[in-house]
Design a binder for this molecule. Structure first.
Ligand SMILES: Nc1ncnc2c1ncn2[C@@H]1O[C@H](COP(=O)(O)OP(=O)(O)OP(=O)(O)O)[C@@H](O)[C@H]1O
Ligand SMILES: [Mg+2]
Length: 266
């Protein structure tokens, strides 16, 4: 199972937009895709896919609903395990609940080819555990200095606390491909020098008004505006990410990585 965690240091860099666009792009290549909205409290994925689900990840964590029953099919066909819109602190779940949740995710193995987890911003224990357990970690940044600094801070936690050896960088809202390269080289150099962490540039997404416009319609931009430049960037990204063996944590089961990550947090 290819588990892709989408994370960032700073908020508002485009995680939810890109995670939803990536899900659609991967599905268009024939993959069975599940999106998990692990950014509880905001439940932005419900807006991105225009669903009003009856259940959420919160019910799964509470044990009142089985994980398979909380999954909804969105209008564009992508399956979603929604978050709960309201104050709920997923970031700091106690160990028992966090492990229960992560174990429930493991039971989905076989039902999906790819699981995309929108972890939410920052370095909360749950976000970091999900990220560390994923087969590929994508750290989203923009070219803004604050965003790059926070991306590095996230990498530092992943590397030093969770012994993560490699992450992939996705630079959003760029004007040119060269912008992405500059951001990448800055972060890669620091990560190599100070963290011994391998950072690979997995792609970039250009600044494109199609993304906020589609958001307002409640349709992923890849569906709403398939010919927009940002949609093209997402198709390229989807091709790179299809093969789980291409990078990240090769060949180790999600559950084993999870157990290792959870041990660090507890
Ligand atoms: N490539 C882009 N071009 C233009 N606007 C973008 C792009 N990517 C994202 N946006 C816009 O930036 C804003 C933040 O995007 P999004 O909500 O996806 O970020 P996020 O990282 O999930 O935020 P949060 O940390 O709050 O969950 C939205 O208004 C979205 O439409
Ligand atoms: Mg978000």
């Amino acid at each position: 199972m290819n588990v892709i965690a989408i994370t960032s240091g700073k908020g508002g860099v485009g995680k939810t937009s890109l995670a939803s666009g990536l899900a659609v792009s991967l599905q268009n290549t024939g993959a069975r895709v599940l999106v998990i909205d692990a950014d509880l409290g905001l439940a932005d994925m419900n807006i991105a896919f225009n669903v009003r689900p009856a259940h959420s990840l919160r019910d799964v964590i509470d044990g009142s609903v089985a994980i398979a029953d909380a999954i909804v099919e969105t209008p564009c066909g992508v399956k979603l395990l929604p978050a709960y819109a309201g104050s709920f602190d997923l970031a700091n779940l106690d160990e028992h609940r966090r492990m229960g949740l992560l174990h429930a995710v493991e039971t989905l193995q076989g039902s999906f080819d790819t699981i995309i987890i929108d972890t939410g911003a920052g370095i909360g224990a749950t976000a970091m555990t999900f990220a560390a357990a994923a087969s590929q970690i994508i750290v989203v940044t923009t070219r803004e200095l604050a965003s790059m600094a926070d991306a590095y801070a996230t990498m530092k936690v992943l590397s030093q606390r969770f012994a993560v050896k490699s992450v992939r960088l996705l630079v959003n809202m760029v004007e040119t491909a060269a912008d992405a390269q500059v951001a990448y080289e800055t972060i890669e150099l620091m990560a190599r020098r100070f963290l011994q962490l391998r950072v690979e540039l997995v792609g970039y997404v250009c600044r494109d008004a199609a993304i906020p416009a589609a958001w307002r319609q409640g349709v992923p931009f890849v569906v709403d505006r398939p010919t927009a430049p940002a949609s093209h960037c997402l198709r390229v990204l989807a091709c790179r990410l299809r093969d789980p063996e291409e990078g990240g944590n090769r060949g180790v089961s999600f559950w084993r990585r999870l157990a290792a990550a959870a041990e660090v947090v507890s």
